[in-house]
Design a protein. Sequence first.
Length: 122
Amino acid sequence: MNKTTTLIFGKNEHRNAALVEQLQNSFQTVIVTSDEQAIEKFQQSNFDSVVFSDAVMAEERTKLEKIFSLQDDKTVFITDDDSNQVAPMISNAIAEKRKRNKPSFSFKDDALKNAGLNIKIQ
């Protein structure tokens, strides 16, 4: 089974290291510290989730969310609140997004409904 890939965007290197340590068993992580790096890495790889540090400005976060959403609408965005519950938050958000986006199909097989046999006996 493939590991979930997570992009960690934050300015605080100590918190980024703590997040990587917390997520390394369950998730494949990439750390970036600037907008340009984040956009570059996101375009190079497919990420299931993006974790934004609390230190990231709201304008930066909004801008990156718009860019990332246009490129991949399946990506989930999480704000790190300095708790140790980031891994379950990511897993729950991904499961919820998949559940919401799960397509449902219904097929009705009526191809032979109006079929008839045109047989004439002479």
